[in-house]
Design a binder for this molecule. Structure first.
Ligand code: COA
Ligand code: AMP
Length: 631
């Protein structure tokens, strides 16, 4: 295909079918596709529709067929428990095919949904791959979500079975999953038939047979299952992500395009070959974890690391350097917040100097905008390219990046580099006109999206069409705003909806507001994301009380914080609620969240012409000062 980035990019846009057909030859198919792209029903495009393949076969079996069964597929390292394990492709196949048998014994069939609510342990990866082996659709739920969120995912996916563990470990805290699962099962109107629970050593919990069985028990009478033949357009998984309301959106991934695109990215974006050691320090509950802890590195046949720890505090700010040095990691992918945490604890890089990082060749950052300070700090310390790249749960792989395996581009600090082959990225203005270079607007991608992106939402074709494909006909709306410069570099500046990004985690302020409004003393509220040096953004809540409430403000704040933690989960990092007298609104009653955020972040703001009462802005400013938000 040649190695000139411009040529490759242009070919992918001018002739996507030819481009992706060629690439699709690199994966295993039971039946090769002859129909590459079906464009007959936009915006519902179908890639490789008559192809037949299997996710798990491409992640494991193919490498064994090719004589690489003894190569290490997965390395697990938990600095919290001290556990370390390595699995070859042969060993992983044994574990996965046996657990597939266990799922089958519990009645799981092709197309059934399986919820996986687990910490970062190998069994979580095994469960994901086992679903793929027998054609079940997994839906992994991040461990930092509370029962309510788990329940809404059980209900929406109508899961047949739930796989969980007795606990997870957060620094200084054991996260007991069983009570969270019990509560979710109580809250959910759909009841999964079975729960399989992995008992972590020393943390065993009591199970209620016959509905609940332990992982070991489930394996005891299971036989190994082979990979079933799946249509390329069947779904591999559902991953729920924040929508603008409390109802999460079920992003689905179809099987064929997922394998083709993700395998291609490992060499072309990340410059990773089969003999390399790759590490993505994320969580399997997020898209980065799905794509780059589990699927892409295994499709490529390289070694991937599953790290049950944090950048700091497990035990210190040298945790990342230790993993890189112990396992000779070539490239690391993580969120900028992780590097800001390390920089904060160890600005001089004292821990760094203790380790041999000669294997290390590049650092990739995504999940939020990588601030130039952090990139420069990391570059100076690591002396390797530090690459900011932009993507979303919806796409599952980078929309823009420096494609280091094709041709290195120069770094522009603050930009997520150029559109990746496959993505025709444009900036549109409200009047639907294409923005000029450097002009701000909504960032969109011209349809069709490349393989591996989301063909629809789970059971919600209309919502897919309305939310993403309707505002600009013929384009996918990313809900990110920014500009493209004269050299084609993309600058992602902000979200255009109510999504905020807290430590690389995507949260909906609307969903938090929904929880606050349920407090019996709260008349109305606004939640906004204010700038935070460590986490990028932090949510704060402003609440106005109903008249006649006699509780003190501090009690109300505490109750509100607890409600959000209980309903959404600790991951929301929701710790600030301020009781105020009035919220600034337009004359038509719209709360001026954007203006409040600008005041809190000390940005310039104009008093909106439509404001009902401008004096309220001064009141808010005083409240923010009193509460140490504005200094
Ligand atoms: N299960 C249960 N709780 C979890 C959890 C999980 N899997 N992950 C996080 N939490 C909890 C934390 O314990 C914390 O709870 P607390 O309020 O009781 O302290 C809360 O959720 C917030 O967690 P976190 O965002 O991890 O913040 P932190 O202050 O503990 O750590 C960082 C800060 C920067 C170290 C951390 O955010 C980090 O490692 N970020 C990397 C982000 C990342 O990988 N993003 C993935 C997208 S690429
Ligand atoms: P998620 O779906 O959780 O991966 O979040 C996707 C959102 O995170 C994007 O729509 C952006 O708002 C933000 N994001 C991800 N990567 C970047 C990046 N490199 N630069 C700026 N924003 C980013």
């Amino acid at each position: 295909m040649g190695n000139n980035f411009k040529q490759i990019y242009e070919k992918s846009i001018k002739n996507p079918e030819e481009f992706w057909q060629e690439i699709s030859n690199d994966i295993f198919w039971f039946k090769k596709p002859t129909k590459i792209l079906n464009k007959s029903n936009p915006p519902f495009y179908k890639w490789f529709e008559d192809g037949v393949t299997n996710t798990c076969y491409n992640a494991i079996d193919i490498h064994i067929d090719q004589g690489r069964g003894d190569k290490i597929a997965l390395i697990y390292d938990s600095p919290i428990t001290g556990d370390k394990k390595k699995f070859t492709y042969n060993e992983l196949k044994k574990k996965v095919s046996r657990f597939s048998g266990a799922l089958k014994n519990q009645g799981v069939k092709k197309g059934d949904r399986v919820i996986i609510y687990m910490p970062m342990i190998p069994e979580a990866v095994i469960a994901m791959l086992a679903c793929g082996r027998i054609g079940a659709i997994h839906s992994v739920v991040f461990g930092g979500f509370a029962s309510n969120e788990l329940a809404s995912r059980i209900d929406d996916s109508k899961a047949k079975l739930l796989v969980t563990a007795s606990c997870g470990f957060e620094p200084g805290r054991v996260v007991e999953y069983k009570p969270l699962v019990d509560e979710a099962l109580k809250l959910a109107s759909h009841k999964p038939e079975k729960v399989i629970l992995y008992q972590r050593s020393g943390q065993e919990v009591k199970l209620n047979a016959p509905k609940e069985i332990s992982w070991d028990e489930a394996l005891s009478n299971a036989k190994d299952e082979n990979c079933v033949e799946m249509n390329a357009n069947d779904f591999a998984y559902i991953l729920y992500t924040s929508g603008t309301t409390g109802i999460p959106k079920g992003i689905v991934r179809d099987i064929g395009g997922h394998i083709v695109a993700l395998k291609w990215t490992m060499k072309n974006i990340y410059n990773i070959e089969t003999d390399d050691i790759w590490w993505s320090a994320s969580d399997i509950g997020w898209i980065v974890g799905h794509s780059y802890i589990v699927y892409a590195p295994l499709f490529k046949g390289c070694t991937t690391i599953l790290f049950e720890g944090k950048p700091v505090g497990t035990p210190d700010a040298g945790a990342f350097w230790k993993i890189i040095s112990d396992y000779k990691v070539k490239s690391l992918f993580t969120a900028p917040t992780a590097f800001r945490a390390i920089k904060k604890e160890d600005p001089e890089g004292k821990f760094f100097s203790k380790y041999d990082l000669s294997s290390f060749k590049s650092l990739f950052l995504a999940g939020e905008r990588a601030d130039p300070d952090t990139i420069k700090w990391a570059e100076k310390l690591l002396k390797v390219p530090v690459i900011d790249h932009w993507w979303q749960t919806e796409t599952s792989w980078a929309i823009s990046s420096n494609c280091t395996g094709i041709e290195m581009q120069k770094t522009k600090y603050g930009s997520a580099c150029k559109a990746v082959p496959g993505y025709d990225v444009q900036v549109l203005k409200n009047d639907n006109l294409i923005a000029k270079p450097n002009e701000m607007g909504d960032i969109v991608v011209k349809l069709p999206l490349p393989p591996g992106t989301f063909p629809t939402l789970w059971n919600a074709d209309e919502r897919y069409k309305k939310t993403y494909m309707s505002n600009y006909e013929g384009y996918y709306q990313t809900y990110d705003a920014g500009h493209i410069d004269d050299d084609g570099y993309i600058w992602i500046m902000s979200r255009t909806d109510d999504i905020i990004n807290v430590a690389g985690h995507r949260l909906s302020t609307g969903a938090i507001e929904e929880v606050l409004s349920e407090h019996q003393s709260v008349a109305e509220c606004a939640v906004l994301g204010i700038a935070d040096k460590l986490k990028g953004q932090l949510p704060i809540g402003l609440v106005v009380l109903k008249s006649g409430v006699d509780k003190d403000n501090e009690t109300i704040s505490k109750e509100c914080i607890k409600m959000v933690r209980d309903k959404i989960g600790p991951v929301a990092a929701f710790k600030i609620v301020i009781v105020i007298k009035r919220l600034p609104k337009t004359r038509s009653g719209k709360i001026l969240r954007g203006t409040i955020r600008k005041i809190a972040d000390k940005e310039d703001y104009k008093i909106p012409a439509t404001i009902d009462d401008p004096k309220i802005l001064d009141e808010i400013k005083n409240d923010l000062i009193k509460n140490n938000i504005l200094k």
